[in-house]
Write a protein that binds this ligand. Sequence first.
Ligand code: SAM
Length: 304
Amino acid sequence: MLELLTAEEMGRADRLTIEGGVPGAVLMENAGRGVADLVSSRFPDAPTVAVLCGPGNNGGDGFVAARHLLDRGYRVRLGFDGDPAKLPVDAAAMAARGRGGWVLPAAALWLAQAVKENGTGHVWTIDDGSEWSLLLQAPACPLLPEERKESHAAFFNDVLDRFGLAPQVTFIPRKVPPFPRIDGKIDLLFSDFLHGPNMILSLLGYFLPRMSRASSILIDSASTAFPSYALLEILIGQLNDGKLPQALLEMTHEDDRAAVTDFVRSSRFTLVHLTETKNRRQNSTTWIKIEPIDLRPHPATAWH
Ligand SMILES: C[S@@+](CC[C@H](N)C(=O)[O-])C[C@H]1O[C@@H](n2cnc3c(N)ncnc32)[C@H](O)[C@@H]1O
């Protein structure tokens, strides 16, 4: 066999490439796809391909190759020698992806991954873990069976560490309301559990004065729950008329009332009901789009 690079030299080459800015996961994806290309060009008619993966990052290349070969119609038998819970981060991600396309089992985590890839922003996520036992029963998430921890907080913190997402996320494991203090303005507020009318009022009362001038609020399920839908239809109209109903002001802290009044009077709100026709427990998201009203005349308005 002709040896181009020793294992040690290959490791060094990988390290230098990663330090040069190419993420390890990209190297892994390229390597695995390269193997799949070679196998499919040399053995186009093979009925079955066996892929044997070890517990390190080279095993990750194997998971990628197996996924590509499966996509190309091969019957793939995957052998893995090791403890899945101890796989390095990139290899664990590839293993999870190969099992059904899911890697990060919570909306907050994939938002954090996007923030990390964009290189800017921060995610605050609040979850009291009250539905942890339900989530454990969900069939959708491949990380859960192996990563199952005794509590939601332990599981979530572990995933944050494994995917290197801790710097992008502030995790607040408690019940709301009351809402925690969040410094800075918020560009995207996503509520996936507070969708009753009172909760919507309390959410908006607290967060409206904390939203950026151009921002969005998403509330799961509110568009297909009639009391919430009706409330939002009336409320957003009132806000666009510069009116703050007493019911909303009562949910706003005294110190925030002037700010919320000012914010509402200088903003335009667009209400979009994102719905699907499937009759399932959660089949809508309300999108409240917030934009500033430009109070200063644009120079073009002076042209006659
Ligand atoms: C749809 S799941 C979202 C799970 C996860 N946070 C995510 O980012 O995908 C809704 C979550 O809200 C949590 N929850 C429900 N009521 C809550 C409350 N009043 N305060 C804090 N968390 C709550 C539940 O534990 C559940 O995990």
